[in-house]
Design a protein around this ligand. Structure first.
Ligand code: HMG
Ligand code: MG
Length: 296
């Protein structure tokens, strides 16, 4: 297994995009700044998607302009099209993430486009990003199951991952959007994709609906994965994926990795404190078991 793992903290974006209670812009900025202080090196800040589709993140430009960016830390944002790219660039974004899915039915509901149409939309975004020196990450959703079509074939996961990689995404994050995967299947899926895209260009992104996320991550680490997406306090869910629950909690991932002797560069105590603070902002208890345990 890898000696170090890069955690991609998606809490400010994936964690808050489905939140019923509106989190204030000031609290979102404080969240990102607190996360920066934990030693995380990748923090997904927000989404420049249509505010009609995701009103929770309509304040993306203000959030991005308000955070204190630290040297050596990436602050990617989600971008679905050229309009999003322009909005993001106008406030100084230097890394973006584009997103598609392995399932047609989900992609249609999430971004109102077929997989092919979504990839075509990304072409001009990729070209502009290349010219501007902007790094692009790519997400593939529904890699272990779709809320609308059920089973998703590994062939489709491989095909979309390979396309995004060939288009210039430096890393492909494989998303179990509704958290239905189990470790054996997660391992097989990563093996299938790694035959087409180098494993060091792959990341995993698990939602924890069935409590399988940590086990899935461990199986994927054993396949050579060294980048893991997670959300502080276990916040999260996609508004266009029925039944999707929170992301795996960053605190729980970091606790497991440190226990395995894998370095993350993250201060677990500070991260857990941030998770409890965020839970307070959202009016509930932290969704991280490690976060709760460390409080005692
Ligand atoms: P559409 O309605 O087909 O697009 O939406 P449109 O081009 O017809 O635009 C509709 C309106 O939105 C227009 O405004 C546009 O100007 C505006 P109007 O003329 O009606 O006033 N608009 C925008 N405004 C701001 N920024 C933009 C933008 N684009 C259009 N970028 C669209 C298509 C892609 C825009 C829409 O479907 C959308 O924004 N979808 C985003 C959904 C989303 O954010 N989902 C969650 C993220 S994905 C996820 O969570 C999965 C992941 O975590 C991995 C995993 O777990 O699997 C990444
Ligand atoms: Mg997600």
């Amino acid at each position: 297994m890898t000696a170090t793992v890069r955690i991609v903290e998606v809490g400010p974006r994936d964690g808050l995009q489905n939140e019923k209670a509106m989190v204030s812009t000031a609290d979102k900025i404080e969240l990102v700044d607190r996360l920066t202080a934990t030693g995380l090196r990748s923090i997904e800040v927000t989404s420049f998607v249509s505010p009609k589709w995701v009103p929770q993140l309509a304040d993306a430009p203000d959030v991005f302009s308000g955070i204190r960016r630290a040297a050596g830390v990436s602050y990617p944002v989600l971008v679905p099209n050229e309009q999003g790219y322009e909005r993001a660039r106008s406030v100084g974004v230097e890394e973006i993430a584009v997103f598609s899915a392995a399932s047609e039915a989900f992609n249609r509901r999430n971004i109102n486009a077929s997989i092919e149409e979504s990839l075509a939309r990304f072409e001009p975004v990729m070209a502009r990003a290349k010219a501007d020196g902007v790094r692009v990450r790519g997400y593939v959703s529904t890699v272990l199951g779709c809320p609308y079509q059920g089973e998703v074939s590994f062939d489709d996961v491989v095909r979309v991952s390979e396309r995004l990689h060939c288009m210039g995404c430096y890393e492909i994050s494989l998303g179990d959007t509704i958290g239905v995967g189990t470790p054996g299947k997660a391992r097989q899926m990563v093996r299938a994709v790694a035959a087409a895209v180098p494993v060091d260009a792959l990341a995993v992104h698990f939602h924890d609906t069935y409590g399988q996320a940590l086990a899935n991550i461990l199986a994927c680490l054993e396949e050579g994965i060294a980048v893991v997406d997670s959300a502080v306090s276990g916040a999260g869910g996609c508004p266009y994926a029925a039944g999707a629950s929170g992301n795996v909690a960053s605190e729980d991932v970091v606790y497991m990795l440190h226990g395995l002797g894998i370095e993350t560069g993250v201060d677990l105590g500070r991260l857990a404190e941030t998770g409890r603070w965020l839970a307070g902002v959202m009016g509930r208890e932290t969704g991280s078991k490690a976060g709760r345990a460390l409080q005692q």
